[in-house]
Design a protein around this ligand. Structure first.
Ligand SMILES: Cc1ncc(COP(=O)(O)O)c(C=O)c1O
Length: 371
């Protein structure tokens, strides 16, 4: 049998396994572990969203890959209402959470060997994984000037960023868009934390007219309901932007069966139509962020960036990433080492504030005892 070129062989080992011994240490704490490592939502799914899911549960037929017109209209309305972005509902495409879209985008765009894709230097690991799945070459870089001669087909940006919480300003995004347009590269902007700005003004979408000059050509923005509406378990997200790109991706996704379940489409529409629950959720995160930030700073960690999103990017003057992980685990607090997101993160840890109020208070108390 001829050798297969296994996709799995092109991918990195799953980094979270390396955290297991520290997880065991944290779990041995007499008052239980506080897990601030993964960043999964813990608060309830809003009542109206659950009701919409239940009301749509008698759903025997195949849903449309494109989503219902009502879902696409709700996404377009939300972008306009909350982010000053005007898109035609026809230029909206549902996805099964944004992770699958990140992982498959290079492949669905037809990229492969000989193509280069740029992603941020410190980044959510799935950009790199998706690029490798396609066979293209990943380049981790925050600057676009020092890239080699290979043609760049796709540029990922992520603002607010995971893991650093950094927000890219209008000028920065404008430059990325101009650079990519000059070279015919697509800009994919992962905006899954866009509603969670804490300091320095509201994060702006790549589709905002101040950034893109009113044309969405070559641009695709990703939005997720996982964090805004506690829907990580529903797998509810969408992409929007350049109509030609949306049409192209829809054509492939239809063939590939990348279809959001009908009841989830109904639930996602209900979530997009309501801003009250998102405001309440944001207030919960704001209080947790303040408590953890104060406690980490009192215990000697310095917070950089972190002006938006769900994480504090923290460095200790005496400990590298793994030293901080070990020290915090001994006190029952589990965090993620910064090098999970790129070598430049080796001095930092990422501290998620997606734990319950009770667990956040327990972590803050333990951190204060370290001060
Ligand atoms: C930057 C970034 N993009 C995408 C995702 C995926 O989110 P989801 O698949 O839940 O929409 C995450 C999840 O944490 C993330 O941090």
């Amino acid at each position: 049998m001829a050798d297969r070129r296994r996709v799995a062989d092109r991918l990195p080992t799953f980094p979270w396994d390396r955290l297991a011994p520290h997880k065991a240490t944290a779990e041995a704490h007499p008052d239980g572990a506080v897990d601030l490592s993964v960043g999964t939502p813990v608060d309830s799914v809003p009542e109206r969203v659950r009701e919409a899911l239940a009301a749509a549960s008698d759903s025997p037929g195949y849903p449309a890959t494109y989503g219902t017109p009502q879902l696409r209209a709700a996404a377009a309305d939300w972008l306009g209402r909350c982010h000053g972005v005007s898109v035609d509902p026809a230029a909206v495409l549902p996805s099964l959470g944004s992770k699958e879209f990140v992982a498959w985008l290079p492949t669905l765009l037809g990229l492969g060997e000989g193509d280069t894709v740029v992603h941020p230097e410190l980044a959510y690991p799935t950009y790199d994984v998706g690029i490798r799945m396609s066979g293209a070459a990943p380049v981790a870089s925050d600057g676009l000037t020092a890239l080699g001669p290979a043609p760049v087909r796709l540029v990922w940006v992520n603002s607010p960023a995971n893991p650093t919480g950094r927000v890219l300003g209008v000028e920065h995004l404008r430059k990325v868009v101009a650079w990519a347009r000059e070279r015919g590269a697509v800009v994919a902007s992962d905006e899954c934390y866009i509603g969670l700005g804490w300091e320095g003004g509201d994060p702006v979408s790549v589709l905002h007219p101040d950034v893109c000059g009113g044309s969405h050509e070559g641009l695709i923005a990703l939005h997720s309901l996982s964090k805004r509406s506690n829907l990580a378990g529903y797998r509810a997200a969408f992409a929007a932007g350049d109509q030609a790109l949306v049409d192209e991706l829809l054509a492939v996704r239809k063939h590939a069966g990348m279809i959001m379940p009908g009841p989830v489409q109904a639930a996602m529409r209900a979530a997009l139509d309501d801003d009250d629950h998102a405001r309440e959720q944001k207030d919960r995160y704001a209080a947790r962020r303040t408590a953890l930030r104060g406690a980490l700073e009192a215990a000697g960690w310095r917070i950089t960036h972190s002006e938006a999103g769900l994480y504090l990017w923290a460095a200790h003057p005496e400990h590298d990433a793994w030293g901080s992980v070990a020290l915090l685990a001994e006190h029952g607090v589990l965090v993620a080492p910064g090098d999970f997101y790129g070598p430049a993160g080796a001095g930092h840890v990422r501290v998620a504030f997606t734990a319950t109020d009770e667990r956040v208070e327990a972590a803050a108390k333990r951190l204060r005892a370290l001060a």
